[in-house]
Design a protein around this ligand. Structure first.
Ligand code: GRF
Length: 213
């Protein structure tokens, strides 16, 4: 059984998708938030999952918060740490500690549009496709070996909100699948790349959804 700890900051819909996928061999050991009021905490607690809130505002600096967070995470001896809408920039010490065993989901087709406001940027640039990326976490923000990407069409009448909603639906398919593959030992990194990735496409795109294995 692989233990995973999921870090959230808010709604936690990706966390919910991972929990609800009930992946064989995967146990969600804890959900931890840096915001005590994160909606996802109540959802997880109601399902009997251990939840923790570590308010980053109570720590003097980023290093102190990250050290406390790591100490809390490690109590659950996780095989994998999954960032799911965890809105914190992480220190290099923290990312090094979980190197090769920490994943993130980002709502763009990385390396395009790291950071915030990804959907608005994709629309402003006239991108014809947008999507989401699951990647291993490195010290560089929204960077690191790509595990899986999901692609949707950008429509002429899209707003950041409509595009975000369509991408989010794909995120909820992609992240559990990436976690499943990690837990199954299928994700090997060589030369900074994951050797076989997963691609999913939204329903508006041809060809039909496919996986590359
Ligand atoms: C998602 O779009 C995720 O890609 C990004 O933040 C959002 C979190 O949503 N990192 P949720 O908290 O999982 O609902």
């Amino acid at each position: 059984m692989k233990n995973i700890v999921i870090l959230i900051s808010g709604r936690g819909s990706n966390m919910q998708a991972i929990v609800e996928a009930a992946l064989p061999g995967v146990r969600v050991a804890a959900v931890i938030s840096n915001r005590p009021e994160a909606e996802g905490l109540a959802w997880a607690a109601a399902r009997g999952i251990a939840v923790e809130a570590l308010d980053h505002k109570r720590y003097p600096d980023r290093a102190a918060f990250d050290a406390a967070l790591a100490e809390r995470i490690d109590r659950y001896a996780p095989d994998l740490v999954a960032l799911a809408g965890f809105m914190r920039i992480l220190t290099p010490a923290f990312t090094a500690r979980y190197q090769g065993r920490m994943l993130n989901i980002h709502p763009s087709l990385l390396p395009a549009f790291p950071g915030l406001h990804t959907h608005a940027q994709a629309i402003a640039m006239g991108c014809k496709v947008a999507g989401c990326t699951v990647h291993f976490v490195t010290a560089e923000l929204d960077h690191g070996p790509i595990v899986a990407q999901g692609v949707v069409e950008v429509r002429d009448d899209d707003t950041p909100e409509t595009l975000a909603a369509r991408v989010l639906t794909l995120e909820h398919q992609l992240y559990p699948e990436a976690v499943r593959r990690f837990a199954a030992g299928e994700l090997q990194i060589a030369d900074g790349k994951v050797r076989s990735g997963t691609v999913k496409t939204g329903s508006m795109l041809a060809p039909a959804p496919r996986n590359i294995d």
